[in-house]
Design a protein around this ligand. Structure first.
Ligand SMILES: [Zn+2]
Length: 167
């Protein structure tokens, strides 16, 4: 296999996820499997962890396997309150069983509050452990603009680089 042949085995995937934020102070706010200290957790069918969902979409997309909703649909009652770290682990397992290897993942959370700097190290280490490759989790403030700035939602984007199996 030439170096150029190896390069042709690289696959990039992108992921995006959004969850509305609840006004229910009892709603847990999980990002990348880490509980963030906040009084307005995201609403969703599962535990609504936007980082896990965006990363899962990026990995599945790079492997040509659709998105997380194709494999774990919100219409499935058994997935109510599901642990998204487990869902992500299952998605990584599917890609690996198809012969793909995750090289790295990069992600960005867009959230007005709270500031995520104190949680970043724990988030990255949790995600790297589950994905089996380096995962970067960055945080951006929407600077008070629009629904994100008004704390109505959390957004996460992700990119994943995978190595496809040899033909
Ligand atoms: Zn989601």
């Amino acid at each position: 296999m030439t170096a150029a042949g190896d390069l042709r085995r690289l696959r990039v995937g992108s992921g995006f996820d959004l969850h509305p934020l609840s006004v229910d102070p009892g709603r847990k706010f999980l990002l990348a499997g880490v509980e963030v200290a906040a009084s307005n957790g995201p609403v969703g069918h599962s535990d609504a962890d936007a980082v896990c969902h965006a990363i899962a979409d990026a990995i599945l997309g790079a492997a040509g396997m659709g998105g997380i909703g194709d494999h774990f649909p919100a219409s499935d009652p058994t997935l109510a309150g599901a642990d998204s770290v487990e869902l992500l682990a299952k998605c990584v397992g599917m890609a690996e069983r198809a012969g793909f290897e995750v090289i790295n993942v990069d992600s960005t959370v867009i959230l007005q509050a709270p500031r995520l700097a104190p949680f970043r190290a724990a988030m990255e280490s949790r995600m790297s452990e589950v994905v089996g490759a380096p995962v970067c989790v960055k945080a951006k403030s929407p600077e008070g603009v629009g629904p994100l700035g008004e704390e109505q939602a959390v957004v996460c984007t992700a990119a994943a680089l995978l190595l496809a199996p040899r033909l």
